[in-house]
Design a protein around this ligand. Sequence first.
Ligand code: ATP
Ligand code: LTN
Length: 332
Amino acid sequence: MENQKKRILSGIQPTGTFTLGNYVGAVRNWDALQDDYDCIYMIANMHAITVRQTPAELRRKTREAAALLLACGIDPEKSVLFVQSHVRAHAELSWVLSCSTPFGELTRMHQFKEKSAKHPEDINAGLFTYPVLMAADILLYNADLVPVGIDQKQHLELTRNVAQRFNGIYGDTFVVPDAYIPKTGAKIMSLQEPDKKMSKSDTNVNGFVLMLDDADTIVRKFKRAVTDSDGCVRAGDDKPGVTNLMSIYGAFTGKEFAAIEREFEGHGYGDFKLAVAEVVKDKFLPIQQEYRRLLDDKAYIDTVLAQGAQRAEAIANRTVSKVYRKVGFLQL
Ligand code: ATP
Ligand code: LTN
């Protein structure tokens, strides 16, 4: 039965501690999908260097990302967990795919526009071809589904175009993947600027809650969250701050907006914010404990990653050989 399961691949960059947005939009779904799918999860350190990183820190954050994913429930007995740079096939396939990806298509990517506006001093070619590497990550493993937050939807559409174009030119080679975007929590907004995505690289630390924030920090950040002067816990386009807090509360309790509105009828924002902080703390504090325990055992983490890389490589190398043959690279 094992090989009849559909294949899942997803990735996360080790650019910092994961935010509540990363957790709700991606990582907790990675955990939930492990029993029903054949899952491959990747720490995207090659994507991370599209923005300048300090080498020693990137190394540290890569191991920390692995520990945090394990603490969130990613089980190496069920799923493959590996680091992107450990499997050379990612760079190899990325080059071939970049040679059939139109420049114009890449210029339309929102993430490129946003990141190049944010780092005008370092608009490197890698930032521009980032989505091609992401397409390679996915297509190498013939993934059927890719669980991501909504901000990655455009990159998934590009991946589908890349796969279809390649299949059209060279004959059936790649599975055309679908995005798997959660119904709730696919886009958690900044607590300070609720019209902007919550992002771990935000310069305003009050905009995001990190999975490793301590209990007091979590409460403080929610207390400071931007709301409005209406004073009523109700969702609506005119109330982005409160709606975002309701999405977070809903994501952690499974409650619908209507139920949340009823629960907090007649209560002020103060009570509501504390309730949101409470459910987030209840979820994150045990994960933090497990994270610390795991991080103490670096040898274990490295073993998991080495075994993950081996399993990933076996699949990825087959795809690269096939692609090299199809495009006409001489094989000896
Ligand atoms: P950065 O701020 O460094 O650009 P990021 O926080 O956007 O990073 P990524 O590593 O790029 O994090 O994303 C990992 C996963 O988390 C992706 O699937 C992405 O869609 C999801 N994600 C990121 N931010 C949010 C958010 N605010 N709400 C829901 N999902 C999110
Ligand atoms: N670009 C993604 C991270 C990522 C990814 C992937 C996600 C890299 N490779 C493959 C899904 C599949 C992001 O979250 N910014």
